[in-house]
Design a protein around this ligand. Structure first.
Ligand code: AGP
Length: 607
């Protein structure tokens, strides 16, 4: 998603700070970049489509400016060109704006401004903000921003500089992430922590409809009507080396290999010394026996984590669970009420589809829980309750360790709820909790097969299609395996219930078509053997992912990937790691940009 960075300070040069911040935001995915600074009362703007290097190649770093804004754009309106890149500049060349989000009524505003003689240069929605702000500017950035917000409909995280107001940055947010970094004789705005962590750990998370004016030695925050409000700052605990590759070729491989440690940390924090799952005061006085249904709502990989959660809650808590895609949930007039607990899973905590779905659930009276990986993210502040996954910063666009953290958390939560609903006895609770303690070691064992998986990836790198099949909860991780393969290697991968392929899609199986057969559930092995034989008979290249103890499928497999013999309920959580590696090595074999795949963003903050 778009990345925003702004700086106002005394000593550092704005161009250097902003380019450094944009580099740290590259992981969010973008297709153009730009910068605006104010120097000696004049506005200077440079912006280029393509990678950040294109901008760096034209920008003069000797500018003495100490105030500016920068942007990496992920195109929503207008193709990625120099002209459509941000910042956008006002008709009088005084105001520059960077924006993340969509101004839904931009066409109407554009028409009105054109009628007043304003000439537009870009195809973007954002450009209207620059012209409107310049038109409304009355000397006070706060009253101007209040007036501007009243004219716009849509979503935005905004940073604005104005050569008629050269010592201040004004910013505002509405359903788009924006933080304020507090430094010594310098202050920042940014879309995300990595952009400013080099300079400060103290941040203020702006809430929806808030406005802020940033000076080098002062930060003032206002509500939507321009009234000054108090905001507390938070301390960022993690550090840059967690957000750096630390010698790995890609963030994605580093983050996959962090999965054992993520599981250890999750168990260490959320299981207390007495051996009980412990979420502290998170759930307050909720009586889980009165919760009739748990719904899980998320997007992408987080949604697939939710599907694992559904199984855990059924088996461990005796609870019916509906898992919904957030962008569908919101418009489906969902049947949720005060007897429902709706869980929103989001690594970034800024996925707008999930945030808007959360608002729908709250409007209908449901209790809402956010499970997110980013401290202070919007979704954790919109929900009634919040739990944090402890995966640490996940930089690669492909979500891997966050998925592992989400599913581990959901397993613990299912036991916590099950015990309180008396769906399982304490003995069953203890026994099932104990089973997860081998997970970290078993994930680590997967890495002994890296070379084998890498060789397999080289064999399928030219394939156009791949199919992933499984039954029961294996089918749920087949979906995640297919998504990983699609999003980073651009192989068209689809998942199906094992028994479903023969109802149509098997027509697509040709000589050498890769089919990943996931068979970790003892009672499904025989059925999966039949499905594997069906595709094999039509020429498929059969890749079997199963437990070491399960030898039945060797007869039909072209390649075998094994996982340790973990409890069936946890097997898919273990099996996801080899699939992440298969997708990773396939993308590497194809020479693709693994951490920043085309068209994708780390956090989708538009609907
Ligand atoms: C996962 O690899 C993708 N990058 C994407 O599906 C992602 O899971 C989805 O956009 C949800 O993001 P979130 O967890 O930050 O809400």
């Amino acid at each position: 998603m778009c990345g925003i960075i702004g700086y106002v300070g005394g000593a550092d040069k704005a161009v250097e700070v902003i380019l450094d911040g944009l580099t740290k935001l590259e992981y969010r995915g973008y297709d153009s970049a730009g910068i605006a600074i104010i120097e000696n009362g004049k506005l200077f703007v440079e912006k280029k489509s393509g990678r950040l290097e294109n901008l760096k190649s034209v920008i003069r770093t000797d500018k003495e400016s100490h105030l500016g804004i920068g942007h990496t754009r992920w195109a929503t309106h207008g193709v990625p060109t120099d002209v459509n890149a941000h910042p956008h500049v006002s008709f009088n060349n005084k105001v520059a704006v960077v924006h993340n989000g969509i101004i839904e009524n931009y066409a109407t505003i554009k028409e009105q401004l054109r009628a007043e003689g304003v000439c537009f240069t870009s195809d973007t929605d954002t450009e209207v903000i620059a012209h409107l702000y310049a038109k409304l500017f009355d000397g006070d950035p706060v009253t101007t921003m209040v007036a501007l917000k009243k004219k716009m409909r849509g979503t935005y995280a905004l940073g604005i500089v104005n050569s008629d107001d050269p010592e201040r940055i004004v910013c505002a947010r509405k359903e788009g992430p924006l933080i304020i970094g507090l430094g010594e004789d310098k202050n920042f705005i940014a879309s995300d922590v990595p952009a400013i962590l080099k300079y400060t750990r103290d941040v203020i998370f702006l809430d929806d409809d808030e406005i802020a004016v940033i000076e080098k030695d002062k930060v003032s925050v206002y509500d939507a009507e321009g009234r000054l409000i108090e905001k507390e700052s938070k301390k960022i605990e993690w550090d840059m080396d967690q957000a750096s590759k630390a010698g790995y070729p890609h963030f994605m491989l580093k983050e996959i290999e962090e999965e054992p440690a993520v599981v250890e940390k999750t168990l260490g924090i959320y299981v207390n010394p007495k051996g009980d799952v412990d979420f502290g005061e998170t759930f307050g006085k909720i009586d889980f026996e009165k919760i009739e249904q748990i719904d899980i709502v998320a997007c992408g990989t987080a949604y697939y984590a939710g599907l694992q959660g559904e199984y855990f809650l059924k088996k461990n808590a005796g609870l019916k669970t509906a898992v919904e895609i957030a962008s569908e949930f919101r418009y489906s007039d969902p049947f949720v009420d005060q007897k429902h607990l709706v869980i929103f899973i989001s690594q970034s905590g800024e996925t707008l589809d999930s945030i808007m779905a959360l608002k729908t659930a709250r409007e209908k009276g449901a209790k809402t829980l956010a499970i997110a990986n980013v401290l202070g993210s919007t979704i954790t502040r919109e929900a009634d309750m919040a739990l944090y996954t402890l995966a640490g910063p996940e930089i690669s666009v492909a979500s891997t360790k966050a998925y592992t953290a989400q599913v581990t958390m959901l397993y613990l939560l299912s036991l916590y709820v099950g015990l309180r609903r008396k769906a399982i006895t304490k003995a069953q609770y203890d026994q099932r909790l104990d089973k997860i303690y081998v997970l970290s070691e078993y994930i680590g064992n997967v890495f002994f097969q890296k070379e084998k998986i890498k060789a397999l990836a080289a064999e399928i790198r030219e394939k156009e299609h791949a199919f992933y099949i499984g039954r029961g909860i294996d089918e749920k991780i087949a979906r995640e395996g297919a998504l990983k393969m699609k999003e980073i290697s651009y192989v068209h991968a689809e998942s199906f219930p094992g028994g479903e392929l023969k109802h149509g899609t098997i027509a697509l199986i040709e000589q050498g078509t890769p089919v990943v057969v996931i068979a970790t559930q003892k009672d499904m092995v025989e059925k999966m053997l039949s499905n594997a034989k069906e595709v094999k008979a039509r020429g498929a290249f059969v890749i079997v992912l199963t437990k070491k103890a399960c030898k039945e499928l060797e007869e039909v497999a072209d390649r075998m990937i094994y996982i340790d013999d973990i409890d069936d309920m946890l097997a898919p959580l273990l099996a996801v790691t080899p699939m992440q590696l298969l997708a990773y090595y396939t993308a590497c074999a194809k020479g693709l940009d693994v951490d920043k795949p085309r068209n994708l963003a780390k956090s989708v903050t538009v609907e």
